[in-house]
Design a binder for this molecule. Structure first.
Ligand code: ATP
Length: 355
């Protein structure tokens, strides 16, 4: 069992809480991504799990065992960093095999078997005899991953491993990570600020903001049902629209609505209420129709795969719309927007309210 439990962990640097009282559980055999903007505390939390950083308070448990006081090497975790540490005078296969030499329980035959299995799953068998300095950054990272997983430790930690890999090699590297994680079922914690990487790799994503986990969910759930404005904004390209709304007499009104919505129960008086909707769920058409509101097309970027990213203004509220096909008007012209009611989410003071 390699479930990881983070039990009310705080990490303070001076008076600043880099990790702010986090309690969570990474399930055995799952790939969890820690995702969030720069400085939100992802790396600090990962370093605490690795034992490279001691928490100011709280505990870390692996499979029910308290490891808070243990050094990294006593924790038996594999690690992959931004800058892999490699031995240039050894071949790829020798680099992967190296940590296994220190494990007396692994025979030479077993060592060979594991190295070959890793070379296969990472699709680098043809590089087995190459030296590290002959490899590009993407393949170096594959070797680093191979070395981390060949030990068969129950937990493997990744800290932004694609940061220094050029765009074209990135995809192949992520594909290799995916193959490894699906095959080996080790418990994996993967730190990234890249939402595409997290959406591709993770069984579940822990979204972080200011030292806290704001949501821990499956990727699609995080995208479709953000519990905070921050989550709706951070995920998506571009993120969700938040349209300022007014609440009076149990009804919500907003510039995108043709009819007021019933206000959800429990809405605090005076709360800042917004209606959230993803740009691809707003409909834009040339003619007025049921539920549409007129708007001025202010911005039109050519998108990909026949979709256009546009902006349209209703009064002084700007709404991002991802259209299917060419927008129905020129810039500066009038378009008609419809935000389907079932797709609108209500947020109060930045937090989703049940509707
Ligand atoms: P990035 O993606 O930029 O690495 P991150 O989410 O991984 O960001 P951390 O590296 O965990 O963030 O840092 C969280 C906060 O803690 C940052 O504001 C950082 O400046 C601060 N911090 C991290 N390590 C230290 C340290 N040793 N001393 C003081 N402050 C630190």
């Amino acid at each position: 069992m390699a479930e990881i439990v983070i039990d009310r962990v705080v990490k303070r640097f001076g008076s600043f809480n880099a990790v702010d009282d986090i309690a969570m559980r990474f399930a055995d055999g799952e790939v969890a991504c820690l995702l969030g903007p720069s400085g939100c505390g992802k790396t600090t939390l990962m370093r605490i799990i690795a034992g490279l950083e001691r928490p100011t308070s709280g505990r870390v448990l692996f499979g029910g065992r308290d490891v808070t006081g243990l050094a990294p090497r006593q924790r038996n975790v594999g690690m992959v960093f931004q800058y892999p540490v490699m031995y240039p005078t050894l071949s790829v296969a020798e680099n992967i095999a190296l940590p296994l030499h220190y494990d007396r329980s692994v025979s030479a035959a077993e060592r060979q078997k594991r190295v070959e299995a890793v070379l296969d799953v990472l699709d680098i068998r043809d590089l087995a005899g190459a030296y590290i300095e002959e490899l590009n950054a993407g393949n170096r990272q594959k070797v680093a991953v191979g070395r981390a997983v060949a030990r068969q430790s129950e937990i493997v930690l990744f800290d932004e491993p694609t940061t220094n890999v050029e765009v074209n090699a990135k995809l192949a590297l992520i594909r290799a990570f995916k193959a490894v994680t699906q095959r080996l079922r080790q418990t994996i914690v993967y730190v990234t600020h890249d939402q595409t990487e997290a959406m591709t790799l993770a069984d579940r994503i822990a979204l972080m903001q200011s030292g806290k986990i704001v949501q821990y969910d499956q990727p699609q759930e995080l995208y479709n049902n953000p519990t905070t404005e921050f989550g709706g904004w951070f995920l998506g390209n571009p993120g969700m629209n938040f349209i300022p709304a007014a609440v009076a007499g149990g009804r919500i009104t907003a510039p995108i609505l043709t009819e007021a919505l019933p206000a959800p129960a429990g809405l605090k008086p005076g709360a800042a209420v917004t209606l959230g909707i993803r740009p691809e769920l707003v409909r834009m058409q040339g003619e007025a129709g049921p539920g549409t509101v007129p708007a001025i097309l202010t911005d039109q970027a050519i998108g990909i795969a026949g979709r256009y990213l546009t902006k349209a203004r209703i009064g002084d509220v700007v709404i991002k719309v991802n259209t299917e096909g060419v927008p129905p008007s020129r810039l500066g012209g009038t378009v008609h927007l419809c935000a389907p009611r079932a797709r609108l989410m209500v947020f109060a003071d930045g937090v989703r309210v049940a509707t």
